[in-house]
Design a protein around this ligand. Structure first.
Ligand SMILES: [Zn+2]
Ligand SMILES: [Zn+2]
Length: 398
């Protein structure tokens, strides 16, 4: 892979972005606990002269503004997540986690360092755009009560009013130098359910006097899998997985309860509603047919991440200026969820994937693995790409 030639001002700050990423990597913090990270971000923004720096939003979130000098215009929000994962790091890097059991194993250290780099570039290029850029450093993407929603509830999309949102995620299964961009649904929703079956306990040798909760729950599992194959449009993918099944304690006792837990993943609000509705109908119907009852706890997690078509086309054209047209690839949707989705529910925008894998350097481990690493050559690319997207958006829309 030949790496792109970066704009000179980006090239110049790359060592600083790498140093920031390494500092953040060494000091990982879990969701809503990003106090050191947040303080570091604020200090960097203050040193740059960013305006209206606000911290402590939704706990540890930070925002700041950079005003262009080409006059009035729109406001574009650029988002980075800051949290790490509860993983004991196993990489050989010299800047490995100093916080045992906590690790930046998803690349959010890179996202935060890159957005600080973007802040630096845009501060220097104020004369290239009208309107303003709102930098948004978000707590807790990994824990499924993420920081995006409470930041939006705290008003980050107003004062000034935000017109569009952009962000990026590094991807270790794609090579450094390639960027994946596209409109429409790109990441799934992630809902969780618990179904508790109430039957009637009894003797394992006298089953006709009992209502077998294991049998009922088994039929529910098989019924749930028919939702995907028989109720959902096969061109709009859905996953329903039962991932936990607990019941019983003895070889000769029919247990009176059984508990199922699982997850539902969808790419559209319509399928999300349909899957939830059918899950409840199937569980209740199957139980009723056998004289049992169910209690269903259905918990909605992150919604599907849906990119705006026009904003994605704009982002693709901007990113092509940095990596070349051939290295801008059409986005391939993935099932993991992402709370950038809440920003994209509220405003048009695009979340794109920046390749950070490099087989030659042994950077091949998947996200959330104790040996996950990112190819630091992605950092300059990500800075240049996101800065270009912001500049092009503000010039196009103002
Ligand atoms: Zn992750
Ligand atoms: Zn992530």
């Amino acid at each position: 892979m030949t790496l792109p030639t970066l704009p000179p001002d980006v090239d110049e700050i790359v060592p600083g972005v790498v140093a920031d990423r390494r500092y953040l990597h060494e000091n990982p913090e879990l969701g809503f606990d990003e106090h050191v990270t947040s303080k570091f971000v604020v200090e960097r923004l203050e040193a740059l002269g960013a305006e209206d720096i606000q911290s402590g939003i939704a706990g540890t979130g930070v925002t700041a503004l950079i005003h262009g000098t080409r006059g009035e215009g729109k406001c574009v929000l650029l988002r980075a997540d800051m949290d790490a994962l509860p993983i004991l790091e196993e990489t050989p890097v010299e800047f490995a986690s100093q916080n045992p059991g906590v690790m930046h194993a998803c690349g959010h250290d890179g996202h935060t360092a890159m957005l600080l780099g973007v802040a630096r570039i845009l501060t220097e290029r104020r004369d290239q755009f009208p309107g303003s850029v709102k930098l948004c450093f978000q707590p807790s993407e990994e824990a499924n009560a993420g920081g995006a929603k409470p930041m939006i509830e705290a008003g980050v999309l107003e004062n000034p009013h935000v017109d569009a949102c952009f962000g990026q995620h590094v991807m270790s299964d794609r090579p450094t130098g390639e960027v994946w961009v596209g409109g429409g649904p790109i990441q799934a929703s992630a809902d969780m359910f618990t179904i508790t079956v109430q039957g009637k306990g009894g003797h394992g040798a006298i089953p006709h006097t009992a209502i077998d909760s294991i049998m009922v729950a088994s039929d529910i599992v098989s019924g749930l899998h028919k939702i995907v194959s028989r109720n959902i449009d096969p061109l709009d993918p859905v996953v329903i997985s039962v991932c936990s099944f607990h019941s019983g304690t003895a070889f000769n006792v029919i247990p009176d309860t059984a508990e199922l837990k699982g997850t539902v993943r969808t790419f559209s609000p319509e399928n999300r509603d349909l899957a939830e509705k059918r899950l409840k109908e199937v569980a209740e119907g199957v139980a009723a047919a056998q004289g049992a009852t169910v209690t269903i706890d259905y918990d909605r997690g992150y919604p599907p991440t849906i990119n705006d078509d026009a904003m994605s086309a704009l982002a693709a054209a901007s990113i092509a200026k940095i990596v070349g047209e051939d290295n801008v690839k059409p986005m391939v949707p993935i099932m993991p969820a992402e709370d950038m989705s809440y920003f994209l529910e509220e405003r048009p925008g695009c979340y794109f994937m920046t390749g950070c894998g490099n087989e030659e350097k042994g950077i091949v481990w998947p996200h959330h693995h104790p040996r996950f690493d990112l190819d630091e050559d992605v950092l300059g690319i990500g800075v240049a790409a996101l800065a270009q997207v912001a500049i092009d958006y503000l010039n196009a829309e103002s």
